[in-house]
Design a binder for this molecule. Sequence first.
Ligand code: LLP
Length: 385
Amino acid sequence: MITKEQVEAFGAMETPFYFYDMDLLHRTLDTYKTQIDKYGYNAHYAMKANANDRILDAVRSYGLGADCVSGNEVKLAVKSGFDPQKIVYAGVGKSDKEIKAALRAGIFSFNCESVPEIRIISQLAAGMGRKARISIRVNPDIDAHTHKYISTGLKENKFGISPWAFQDVVDLLAQCPNITLLGLHFHVGSQITELPVFALLCRRIEELQQWFIAHNVPIANLNLGGGLGVNYQNPGGDPVAHFEDYFETIHKNLVVRPGQQVHFEPGRALVAQCGHLISRVLYVKVGREKKFAILDAGMNDLIRPALYQAWHDIENLSSTGRKMRYDVVGPVCESSDCWGQKRLLNTCRRGDLVAIHSAGAYGQVMAMRYNQRDLAKAVYSDDLK
Ligand code: LLP
């Protein structure tokens, strides 16, 4: 919830900008940390969700590690003070340069997505006289019941190694003295709100790890990835993701063997709700059939609605006028630059401040300069106090 005082402070600011409610971020991180400590789990923040320095600082202060998907993310994680021993690195297309830099940084685990990748990591590690710790990212062929662009665990997806290739991996590892196998990694998709998906994942993990045990390959670590969803429909009423139910589901369904460590890679669930994209109404265009509220924030600032038809709650922060239906759109020259159709908002006037909620994850990080637009800056609630 954005307070009256905060809205007043926004009055003097140039829009659009991202506003981060740091109290909510800390509340979310507190809840998360309590839950992982309860079960003795490890967490690596998926920094692709939001890599702003202040957000990274906050996350790191709770002792979390970092989940990276590029060499630059690994670099940034190290620079931001994340313990390299808590950095994991996934991605189907790691370049030689990226692999070498991660080897030099001494990261905890490369989460490997193909047999040829393992071969290259082994060669590069041998060339540098180092050992690489790897985990096998497994494609468990599970339907995450989420948008097809953010489903990653189905057999037709590009991610992970399918069970039919396990024997090839084991044969290869036998020839790679420079590689230590840490365990198995999974990530089946994002914005998953149905907990049975995670229960199914746990059962699938057990089936899959039995294959390795039967082949005398010890699995010391199980990494379940991220994916827990947030409430985009009612961010004000339900601001903290349901970590308690999530971890209870995992705890009940995952078979953990003595000495095994369990890892997670939360992204969205930690940072989505603390971020809001704040914009102003530029014009209200009244048509025969509908009214358009035209904002100064566009798809270049937050691409989720245009790219995934994602639904974000929109609120007129300035007006208390009676509610009307608007098609809320941005200024970019694309029809898909639309924030929402037939949205019920307090009567909009030029200059009203409008918040697009739940924008903390995959918002600012995915912003671009299309139409040569400026990048929206970040404002943190701490700085308004
Ligand atoms: N681990 C891996 C290997 C991942 O690929 C991802 C996200 C995560 C963890 C974190 O997932 P989360 O907890 O945030 O669901 N841009 C899209 C989401 C892409 C997710 C990519 N991978 C969106 O705006 O919905």
